[in-house]
Every structure is written in structure tokens, then in C-alpha cells.
Design a protein around this ligand. Structure first.
Ligand SMILES: Cc1ncc(COP(=O)(O)O)c(C=O)c1O
Length: 357
């Protein structure tokens, strides 16, 4: 019933150059990782999935495989800070240029394209402002530009959104989040539509070596089994939290694509099965008030990351997005981000009311 953890670095060969059962050395391939990669490909509806040691290892492998010096990349003005840091402080040093664009505006994306644009990177919903990008629309922009569209699907998970079916070329995941689902593993993944690109990435995955071990692969596989039921509960709880916050006198603004007033609500309703478990909001009283709320919850644990069964609260400006201070991606200082878990929603609501009182 359960794929074993193949805790082996090497495999006995049938002969010189034999490749017993298709395996030789666990950086190249390991049966537990293969099971995860096949599972991720099936979930995203793509022919090939590749697993990595972290979301950023997956991103790095993709960027260094498809980009060459002189190429240009469009990156969002709202995205996980680590992705922006990777592009701006690592990849750009090798002669790759990038522009920061509000990708929810397709005209702005089209206007930022250059003859050298090779890749458009998008996140939807975005981290931490829960912006929504029209994936099918942006796929059209990428196609016209002869560029690849990459969608970081971490916030939605493949249960809520399947970017390849909407025209994306590559899907990226931090499997650390909803796919793993239990805050007990760090991992990443790529799922690719094109067979030739899949071949290049398979070569690069082995050549660069940022692969997950068999136990980590097994943990993600186990998490995936409950993805659908967890996501249903994350969505239901987050909707109630967003509703409560919207009506609370201490709250200034709520960012949740499930709210009818959210600028991306209609597109989200079209391209997602549900609106997800992430909610951000600002409170009256500025940064000091936001920090006080973060420190006063008891059911929401103060911590980075997201997508686990237990609820988390954090201050993006000083925590997950501290790496983009002073850049166009800097986030509001009074912003609070919630990863709404699957606990009893009454406990979650009472905890927030109590922390803001
Ligand atoms: C949207 C998003 N993409 C990618 C990453 C990077 O993943 P990892 O931390 O597994 O390297 C994160 C991490 O928080 C994330 O939130």
C-alpha cells in the first residue's frame, strides 16, 4: 500500500553499465523519489515531474537551465522574497537581466517584454499580498513574446489550480507547504509540459544535485494523500477568518481572493476551485500594532512558512520578506499574514479576536 523508503545511495548492478531496475545512484534517481515525481506530474497534469531538496533548489535548477547571459526575465512586484532574492542577487550576477512588473496587469506585462525576454515568472495567489494573476491571459503574453511562462503554484496547490491546463509551461512548488502539509519537511518540485525541456531539466537535476532524500520524498508523498480534504478545510476556515477580519473595527484592510471586493476575485473564481488558506490583513495602529497582534495569538503560532495543518501568523516585513526591504517588492510594514490551518474554526476566530482586543 505504501511506497517504501529506499534508504540506499547506490544499487547493485546486473553488470558493468547494467542499470539494475533502472537505478544506479540515488542522486540520479531513487525509487521513492520516482514515486513522488510521478505523483506530482499526475497532480499537475504534466508529463514529467522533478523533485528537489527545497522550493528554491527547484527554482535555481529551472532558472540556470533555461537562461543564458543576455536573457531577460519578468518577475512580479509581489512574490515570495526568496524568489526575488535568487533572481536579483544570484542569477543576475551571471548576466541575466530582469524587470519587476505588476503581473496582474496584462498590459504592463506586455509593455515590459523585450526581444531578449526568455521567461515570465508568476505567482498566483501571490505571497504575501494574495494578488491574482490571469494565468491564461499571461500565457498569451508569453506565447507572443516567445517566452516561457512559469507559475509558482505553492499557494494554491494542484487541488485548487492547475496552471499547465491554463497554458503555463512550467509549474513550481515549494512542497514544504500544502503538498507536504504538516510542517515537517522542506522540498520543492517542477512539473513541465514540454518533453524536450523535461529532458534538459532531468539532466540539470542530476548535474546540479539539489535532490531530496528518500525519507523527505516519502513525507511529501504521505502528505499528498490528504491534500484534497486538507485544502477543503483550509479554504472553509480561511473564508470564515476573512469574513471576521473584514467586519472587525481594528482591521484596516483584508487581502483574500475569496472576498467579492478583491480586485482578482472574478479571475480567481474562474481559474481556482477554491480561494485557498492564506489571508493577509493590515491593522489600525501601524507596524507596532501589527507586531503586537503577531505576538498575542495562542492558537496561531508565530512562525514563518505556511500550508501546514497548524495555523501560523507572521509579520512579512520583518520575517519572510525581510530580504526585499528597500526593493520594489518591499511589503507594507503593518501587514500580517495568516496561514489558516485545519483546527476548529471557532478556536481560530476567538484567538484573533482576543489578540486584537
Ligand atoms: C510561494 C513560495 N515559493 C517558493 C518558496 C521557496 O520554497 P522553499 O522554502 O521550500 O525553498 C516559498 C517559501 O516560503 C514560497 O512561499
Amino acid at each position: 500500500m505504501v511506497v517504501p523508503i529506499y534508504a540506499t545511495s547506490t544499487f547493485k548492478q546486473d553488470g558493468v553499465g547494467g542499470l539494475r531496475g533502472g537505478y544506479e545512484y540515488s542522486r540520479s534517481a531513487n525509487p521513492t523519489r520516482t514515486a513522488l515525481e510521478e505523483c506530482l506530474a499526475a497532480l499537475e497534469g504534466g508529463p514529467r515531474g522533478l523533485a528537489f531538496a527545497s522550493g528554491l533548489a527547484a527554482e535555481d535548477c529551472l532558472l540556470r537551465t533555461v537562461l543564458s547571459p543576455g536573457d531577460h526575465v519578468l518577475v512580479p512586484d509581489d512574490a515570495y522574497g526568496g524568489t526575488i532574492r535568487l533572481v536579483a542577487r544570484v542569477i543576475a550576477r551571471w548576466g541575466v537581466e530582469y524587470s519587476t512588473v505588476p503581473l496582474s496587469d496584462l498590459d504592463a506585462a506586455r509593455a515590459a517584454v523585450r526581444p531578449t525576454t526568455r521567461l515570465i515568472w508568476c505567482e498566483t495567489p501571490t505571497n504575501p499580498l494574495l494578488g491574482i494573476v490571469d494565468i491564461a491571459g499571461l500565457a498569451g503574453v508569453a506565447r507572443d513574446a516567445g517566452a516561457l511562462l512559469v507559475v509558482d503554484n505553492t499557494f494554491a496547490s494542484p487541488y485548487l489550480q492547475q496552471p499547465l491546463a491554463l497554458g503555463a509551461d512550467v509549474v513550481v512548488h515549494s512542497t514544504t507547504k500544502y503538498l507536504g502539509g504538516h510542517s515537517d519537511v522542506v522540498g520543492g518540485a517542477l512539473v513541465v509540459a514540454d518533453a524536450e525541456l523535461a529532458g534538459q531539466l532531468t539532466f540539470a537535476q542530476n548535474a546540479m544535485g539539489g535532490v531530496p532524500g528518500p525519507f523527505d520524498s516519502w513525507l511529501v508523498l504521505r502528505g499528498v494523500k490528504t491534500l484534497a480534504v486538507r485544502m477543503d478545510r483550509h479554504c472553509a476556515n480561511a473564508a470564515r477568518v476573512a469574513e471576521l477580519l473584514s467586519a472587525h473595527p481594528s482591521v484596516q484592510r483584508v487581502y483574500y481572493p475569496g472576498l467579492p471586493g478583491h480586485p482578482g476575485h472574478e479571475i480567481a473564481a474562474k481559474q481556482m476551485r477554491g480561494f485557498g488558506g492564506m489571508v493577509s490583513f493590515t491593522v489600525r495602529g501601524g507596524e507596532a500594532a501589527a507586531l503586537r497582534v503577531c505576538e498575542r495569538t495562542r492558537v496561531f503560532t508565530l512562525g514563518e512558512s505556511l500550508g501546514g495543518v497548524e495555523s501560523l501568523i507572521e509579520h512579512p516585513g520583518r520575517m519572510t520578506h525581510a530580504s526585499v526591504i528597500g526593493t520594489p517588492q518591499e511589503v507594507p510594514a503593518d501587514l500580517i499574514r495568516l496561514s489558516v490551518g485545519i483546527e476548529s474554526v471557532d478556536d481560530l476566530l476567538a484567538d484573533l479576536v482576543n489578540a486584537m482586543s
